[in-house]
Design a protein around this ligand. Sequence first.
Ligand code: BV8
Ligand code: ZN
Length: 241
Amino acid sequence: MQDALIKEARETLLKAERVVVFSGAGLSAESGISTFRGTEENALWSRYDPMKLASLAGFAADPATVIDWYSWRRQTLASAEPNRAHLALAAHPAILQITQNVDDLLERAGVPVSQILHLHGSIIKDRCHANCGEEESISLKEPPALRRCNKCGALMRPAVVWFGESLPAGIWQEAERACRQSDCLLVVGTSASVYPAAGLIDLAQSAGRKVIIVNTEMSEADIRAQHELIIAGSCRNCLRA
Ligand code: BV8
Ligand code: ZN
C-alpha cells in the first residue's frame, strides 16, 4: 500500500511545477534529533515542559536552565548527521524548504541556504535578547553558557523563535507567498500543531493546492485537509532522491 502511495506522490510531484516542502521535527528524527511531541521515548516535550523552556516567560523565570537545555540540544546536534531524507531534499535544490526546524541539517545535506526558510529561527546562533542587533555563531560542540551581550549588556539567547514571540516578519511573508503560489505542498514530519506555521497547510489547501503528507503517525494536518495524499511512513523511507 505504501509503495503505491509513494508512486502516486512521485507522479504528482513530477507533474507539479512549483513544489514547496514544509517540514518539522520528524524530518530530523532519524538523525537522532528528538522531536517535540512524537511518541518515541526521547520526545523532548515528554521530558520537559515546552512552555517553560522554549518560551519568553520561561527564559525570564530561569534563563540558566533554558540555556542548559539548549546546550544539551546543541551538543546532540553536533554529533548528528543529515539522514537520507535531508539528502533526498538536497537533490532538488530548486525546491524551497520551509522548515520549523532550528537545526542546520538541511544546510549540511547541501540545500542552498537561499532555499531554506527557518520559520522558528536557528539553534546554531545566539542573539541579543534586547534585540540590539548583536548576533553570533556558536560552537555546537562547546556551546556558550549564559552570558551577556558584548554590545549592550543584555542577556544573549539562542536565535530561535520562542512561544509568545513573533516569527521573523520577512520570512513568514515569504513562506505564505510561496505556499500560495505553489502547486504542490509536500508536508514532512510535522504534527501541524504549532501556529502560525501549521496554518501554511490550510493556506495551500484553501488555494486548492495538492498536499502530500509524510508522517509516521496521524497528525492534525490529516484531520483538517481534504484533497491530500497521506503516506504513513518515515521521511527517510518515503523521500528518495
Ligand atoms: C506567534 C523553536 C505571534 C524553539 C518552536 C494561532 C496563531 C498564532 C499563534 C498561536 C495560535 N495558537 C496558539 C498560538 C501560540 C503558539 C502556538 O502555536 N502554540 C501551540 C502549542 C498551540 N505559537 C506561538 O507562540 C508562535 N508565535 O504566534 O507569534 C504572537 C506574538 C506574541 C504573542 C502571541 C502571539 C511561535 C511558535 C514557535 C515556537 N518555537 N521552536 C525551539 O526549537 O527550541 S516550536 C517547536 O514546535 C519546533 O519549532 C517544532 O518544529 C515545532 C512544531 O513541531 P513539529 O516540528 O511538528 O514537531 P512535533 O514533535 O510536534 O511533531 C513531529 C512529527 O513528526 C510527529 O507528527 C511525528 O509523528 C512525526 N515523525 C516522527 N518521526 C518521523 C516522523 N515523520 C516522518 N518520519 C519520521 N521518521
Ligand atoms: Zn545587545
